[in-house]
Design a protein around this ligand. Structure first.
Ligand code: AFP
Length: 345
């Protein structure tokens, strides 16, 4: 018989996953459900951004020394306000806040830590290119409740994330998430007419090798020789290895990552010598690289800093940056061979 319903909703999917895990308490379902509410609100604002006076810069500089746009602040505030009352989080960390964000005393605290980039790719807001929200969730390791002492619990390697995901606000609004441990990666599309995220990408698997490389090649002269050799390799003509690769880069990590996750290929943000304050490149380990690294691993791909797995980096700071090579397993291993110096062309 033909299905009369709307398909599998995200809530239904999470509940099904939860039932497979006898230890699950439902906390995760609560966290994700509230993230979805925040994302729906952000998505609505992004969609009407061209119509109201919300575009443009606030003139403020954030902790990363970048100009903060109004929608970034809005997305940050909405996420904090939606997540602080649910009783499952002990603290949050946002790309937009220098310090950890405490849970106000009127709300109960839980044992999970939410780290997020509220609006990734925000320099693309004004030009209608897809932007997104990225998040990773850790479980607290200690019994600590004092916010000043919680940083040690937050600074865990990415492999310890209990879940990670992202929302893309583009031609449609999409959510992709994983709960790690071989449970797979699932994508849901927001159907505005029913107001629900419905399963649209079941058990996503990234091709082992791709044909796309994504990098800001304007930084070529800021890279070291090994990085340049890697990019030259992707561009060189060689029928046997299916080269040259195609170049695709929009400058929104979520959008570039999502395309390569579905089609295969490699996204890179290498270390460079453009800014002495950022020798490891631009991207942040805790709110960008780690969540996407867990997702790509679950989808059969790989994420590296050029020398080893992103997920095994022991963080030392909330806002630390890392070089990032992420995507199809064979392409990222090839990048490691170049960056590590074992492959030279
Ligand atoms: P913005 O949020 O400032 O637009 O930065 C986006 C981002 O963090 C990431 O989404 C992109 O992949 C990367 O920076 C683009 O950086 P470049 O403009 O240096 O290529």
């Amino acid at each position: 018989m033909e299905k009369q319903g709307v398909g599998i909703t995200i809530t239904q999917h999470i509940l099904n996953q939860q039932r497979k895990n006898p230890e699950a308490t439902g906390a995760f379902t609560t966290i994700i459900n509230e993230m979805i509410v925040a994302a729906k609100v952000i998505s609505r604002e992004v969609n009407k951004a061209g119509l109201v006076d919300i575009l443009g810069l606030t003139g403020r500089i954030n902790i990363q020394d970048e100009q903060v746009q109004k929608l970034d602040m809005f997305a940050n505030q909405v996420t904090i306000e939606r997540m602080q009352h649910i009783g499952e989080l002990c603290c949050m960390g946002s790309e937009e806040n220098a310090d950890l964000i405490d849970i106000p005393s009127q709300y109960p605290k839980g044992s999970y830590i939410l780290l997020f980039d509220p609006l990734d790719g925000s320099s693309n807001i004004d030009v209608n290119v897809s932007i997104g929200t990225i998040f990773g969730i850790f479980k607290k390791q200690s019994d600590e409740i004092n916010i000043d002492l919680l940083l040690n619990d937050v600074l865990q390697p990415g492999i310890k994330q209990v879940a990670a995901g992202y929302f893309i606000y583009g031609s449609s609004t999409i959510m992709v998430y994983t709960t790690g441990n071989g449970t797979g990666v699932y994508g849901f599309t927001l159907y505005p007419s029913v107001g629900e995220f419905l399963l649209s990408h079941d058990n996503i698997q990234i091709p082992k090798k791709g044909k796309i490389y994504s990098v800001n090649e304007g930084n070529y002269d800021y890279w070291d020789e090994k990085t340049r050799a890697l990019v030259d390799y992707f561009k060189a003509i060689d029928k046997e290895t299916n080269r040259p690769y195609s170049s695709r880069y929009v400058g929104s990590l979520v959008a570039d990552f999502h395309r390569n996750l579905l089609k295969g290929g490699i996204f890179m943000y290498p270390a460079d010598n453009k800014d002495p304050k950022k020798p490891s490149g631009k991207l942040r380990l805790m709110v960008e690289a780690n969540p996407l690294a867990l997702i790509v691993k679950e989808a059969g791909g790989y994420a590296s800093d050029g020398h080893g797995p992103i997920l095994e980096i022991e963080p030392t700071e909330l806002h630390q940056r890392t070089p990032l090579y992420i995507g199809s397993q064979e392409d990222v291993e090839l990048a490691e061979a170049f960056i590590g110096g074992s492959k030279v062309e």
